[in-house]
Design a protein around this ligand. Sequence first.
Ligand code: GDP
Length: 227
Amino acid sequence: MTQVIGKQAIIMDSPEFSAADIARGEALCKGPCVFVKGVTRIDDLPKDNRHEVAFAGRSNVGKSSLINALTGKKTLARVSVTPGRTRELNFFVLGKEGELHLVDMPGYGYARAAKAQIKGWTRLIGDYLKGRRELKRAFLLIDARHGIKPNDRETMKLLDETAVSYQVVLTKADKPKASELAAVQAKVAEELAKHPAAYPLILTTSASTGGGIPELRAAVAEIASQP
Ligand code: GDP
């Protein structure tokens, strides 16, 4: 599929979603999205058995911007002035019928964070991923300019070990040149092929232009509709 992101026409290697899939994604994701709570202790996770999707990525990858674009809300997730400010698992309920939990995970790889703090988040994230049956897919956000970084690999390893199915979402795809983007897409795809829990299809997005957002919404809606 060819999609215009910014000034460039980009060949997307995201799946061919049908018009019905896209419409379903829009209906779900543009519906209500209500903040439930920020969890810092594993005992405090919501216990209502909703399907869940989580968004993970390096600090400053564009996670807040992507969640805002996904839900069509300008201020749902805080776009950070200071990277690494979100230290909680933030739970939102998405959809008219409250179909899905959307979880904004703490960004990792923030260089100025204290070691003890990093240890705390790492444990929280590890415990969450290990034991959470409701979690149907993690979206792993990767900056389209930089590709997979060492701490993304640590997260991928953790997701493989905990057998949480995950899908890579390239962010800020409006920034690289088309040829650079294609090279990053190919490299990421090659690396994903070696990871057992990774979903092979990469979604390429830009929160700035809205490119790839309908496809991401369709992917989220597909998860919400799983039995
Ligand atoms: P987070 O720390 O992962 O939540 O990242 P933010 O959403 O706060 O974004 C980090 C920075 O990247 C901000 O300056 C955003 O304006 C910028 N940004 C986020 N998404 C995009 C995008 O799609 N395109 C461009 N060009 N910049 C973006």
